[in-house]
Design a protein around this ligand. Structure first.
Ligand code: GDP
Length: 713
């Protein structure tokens, strides 16, 4: 017989860590809410008949957010055999708010009290047995990170699932409320699952419209309930939802008071002390800038570069061309086939794979920052700043996810309730350089600015600056007006990053990169090689006479004001739309590995000679900010749920990339060479326009109805 266990809990309590440990799955563990937006299932490693459903993290069973709806629908409609409720022991009061509601549903619950390692380290004590007795369910101490107690927790959950023993929450509301709950229960008896009667009654007392519809209550029943609710609201002089919330928290406080003994209530934990600096009003941001600088510096300019230089210059620059080239020559292959393999595949895919070491180092650094708890603090810190510009810290979470890949980044925007804020976040989140854009940054930094460490980190800060500027500008438009959504984030205690989590994140992203390099990028580079080797009559020609040059020359003038108006850069930017790594792959094909290797020059030296550094930086900025790859545009379309908005987003991204890149090239050239021309005039006009948009007073008051209203399914 199969047993279905639902894994439910607040965001950031270690659900994914526990799920991975129990099922052997490799879901991404993130140290911020919103990592699990959809439910996922897996089978228990030690007993395949047990299915574990990992539900999105939620704070309550109210239908306010997408996560709450997914989780609650699963629990009340699909009725798992038992709920394994993961609770962050370091944040007990907040977490028990959900636990009381889960127990109320009537499905057997076992509480897995997580982060016990932190509790022990702090010298605090939790009387688990007493807690369980007071709540009315079993409580097991675990540390998902260390794997302690997790088998015991599952065993107990399976046992309660099998026993089908009814659970009853021991909490009682005040007398009047209990009376109303009783009366509502009588009205709905027979309409709702008898186990969950009390839970339904409480929800109806809270005027939960979805539940009213779910139970198909008729007008007279609804009227009776409304009368009861209004009467008790009049007595308590408060709305029913607040009464219930207030009483729940009061009861929880009385429970934790009896069960939790903090070692030193007045003393600050190590985490608190670190937070005093890390989230400090003044130091927080400079510290973040320094940390991100170091991350990019380590991964792109130092450690990662050594490995990448070897892969690029020695492996794909010398070893592969010498041996593979020699072997192919011995085979006496036709010229075109030799060219396809050496210039197309080795040149293109090799160029992209060459950046793998830098990427892995970057991902390790980011995973460490995320896992130890630092990134959650940054979301909190940025919320303070974002809020001034009408954005919410919630918008930063998708951006953090986007440092890996824009597709899940765009999807993570689902945690933002306000339609306007969500759409704006979807539009701007891909300005943050994702993994696929890293080779572009590394290429430009390495080939044009070998001595300047600030180039790579500047790409990240340019992304953030564009997000903030876009936020300020877009918030003033009718389409995005509105106050920022409130932002609540758990700040879990700092801990040493789990090697497993960090490694898994790095491997996941590394493999995804290799997979892309050997599929999409491979096909694209072969196509590029073909187009640059043949003319329209399918005769092998020099690249300058090829079909590709023809196409490139048509679009190149568009990029001339940005400093890279030659056909090669134009084509490379175009192929970047399929996958951003393609830009590097295309350069690999067009500038050829083989010739470079033969004369022993630095791999990218030929590229370095083709553009000025300012033009190269402008090209990088354009490709980082412009429309993301097709996959991300697909995700954008799905999440926008509107073709019109998708076009608007794509148009905005193109325009922004063009303007930023134009200003970089024109002002950069003016400063470095003193050249002043019509392009400079345009750049000045753009700058004035941007300043005007940034500082103009709000054009639309938030109260006005927005033109486009999107309902989430
Ligand atoms: P989810 O959002 O509930 O899925 O939580 P995650 O599994 O993503 O974990 C959130 C953070 O808490 C991660 O940084 C984990 O490494 C950390 N974490 C999870 N379990 C434990 C634990 O038992 N002890 C400690 N110290 N940290 C944990």
């Amino acid at each position: 017989m199969e047993i279905r266990l639902a894994l439910a809990g607040n965001p950031n309590t270690g659900k994914t860590t526990l799920f991975n440990a129990l099922t052997g799955s490799t879901q991404h563990v993130g140290n911020w809410p919103g990592v699990t937006v959809e439910k996922k299932d897996g089978r228990l490693k030690s007993d395949k008949s047990v299915i574990i459903e990992d539900l999105p993290g939620i704070y309550s069973l109210s239908p306010y957010t997408a996560e709450e709806i997914v989780s609650r629908n699963y629990i009340i409609h699909d009725k798992p055999d038992a709920i394994l409720n993961i609770v962050d022991a370091t944040n007990l009061e907040r977490n028990l708010y959900l636990s009381t509601q889960l127990i109320e549903v009537g499905i057997p619950v076992v509480i897995a009290l997580n982060m016990m390692d932190v509790i022990r380290k702090n010298g605090d004590q939790i009387h688990t047995k007493k807690l369980g007795d007071m709540l009315g369910c079993e409580v097991v101490e675990i540390s998902a990170l260390k794997g302690d107690g997790i088998q015991d927790a599952v065993k107990k959950a399976v046992a309660v699932a099998k026993s089908k023993k009814e659970v009853v929450l021991k909490q009682k509301f005040s007398e009047e409320i209990e009376k109303v709950i009783q009366e509502i229960s009588e009205i709905i008896t027979g309409k709702a699952d008898s186990r969950s009667l009390r839970w339904y009654a409480v929800k109806l007392l809270e005027r939960d419209e979805e539940i009213q519809q779910d139970l198909q209550l008729n007008a007279s029943e609804l009227a009776k309930i409304e009368k009861l609710v209004t009467a008790c609201e009049e007595i308590a002089e408060d709305d029913s939802e607040s009464i219930i919330t207030g009483e729940r928290y009061a009861w929880i406080a009385s429970v934790t008071e009896k069960c939790v003994h903090k070692k030193d209530i007045s003393g600050m934990t190590a985490s608190d002390k670190i937070d005093r600096i890390v989230t400090h009003r003044i130091f927080a941001l400079p510290l973040f800038a320094v940390i991100m600088f170091l991350v990019y510096f380590i991964s792109i300019s130092t450690v990662g570069t050594m490995a990448t230089d070897w892969v690029n210059d020695v492996l794909f620059g010398e070893i592969v061309p010498t041996y593979l080239g020699g072997a192919l020559e011995n085979l006496g292959l036709a010229d075109w086939l030799y060219g396809l393999i050496m210039d197309g595949i080795v040149g293109g895919v090799g160029a992209v794979l060459g950046f793998l070491p830098q990427m892995l180092v970057l991902f390790i650094c980011l995973a460490i920052l995320e896992d130890c708890g630092y990134m959650a603090r940054i979301a909190f810190v940025l919320d303070r700043i974002f809020r001034k510009f009408g954005l919410s810290g919630k918008s930063f979470i998708p951006m953090l996810v986007s440092t890996g890949c824009g597709v899940p980044g765009i999807m993570a925007s689902r945690t933002i309730e306000s339609d306007n804020d969500r759409r704006m976040t979807i539009m701007t989140t891909t300005f943050i350089p994702c993994g696929a854009k890293l080779p572009i940054i590394a290429l430009i930094a390495g080939a044009f600015f070998p001595e300047q460490a600030w180039i790579a980190p500047s790409a990240y800060f340019l992304g953030i600056a564009c997000v903030i500027a876009s936020g300020i500008i877009l918030k003033k438009t009718k389409l995005f007006a509105g106050d920022p959504a409130p932002f609540v984030i758990e700040l879990p205690a700092y801990h040493l990053p789990g090697a497993g989590n960090v490694f898994r994140t790095m491997l996941d992203r590394g493999f995804a990169f290799i997979k892309k390099a050997t599929s999409i990028v491979l096909v694209s580079t072969v196509l590029i090689w073909f187009l640059q080797s043949f003319n329209l009559h399918l005769e092998m020609v020099d690249a300058e006479e090829s079909m590709l040059a023809g196409i490139g020359k048509m679009i190149a003038p568009i990029f001339a004001p940005l400093g890279f108006g030659d056909w090669k850069a134009a084509v490379a930017s175009l192929t970047g739309l399929i996958a951003k790594e393609n830009l590097v792959g295309t350069f690999g094909v067009l500038y050829g590995f083989e010739e470079v290797a033969e004369d022993g020059e630095e791999l990218w030296a030929t590229l370095g000679a083709a553009y000025t550094p300012v033009a190269a930086y402008a090209m990088m900025a354009f490709n980082l900010l412009c429309v993301p790859c097709f996959a991300a545009v697909g995700a954008l379309r799905r999440e926008m749920m509107s073709g019109k908005m998708t076009w608007f987003a794509v148009g905005y991204q193109c325009a922004l990339a063009y303007i930023v890149s134009l200003m970089i090239y024109q002002f950069g050239t003016l400063l470095t060479t003193g050249a002043f021309g019509i392009g400079t005039v345009f750049a000045i006009a753009c700058l004035l326009f941007v300043i005007y948009l940034l500082f103009i007073k709000k054009a639309w008051s938030p109260e006005k109805k927005t033109g486009l209203s999107l309902e989430r399914a």
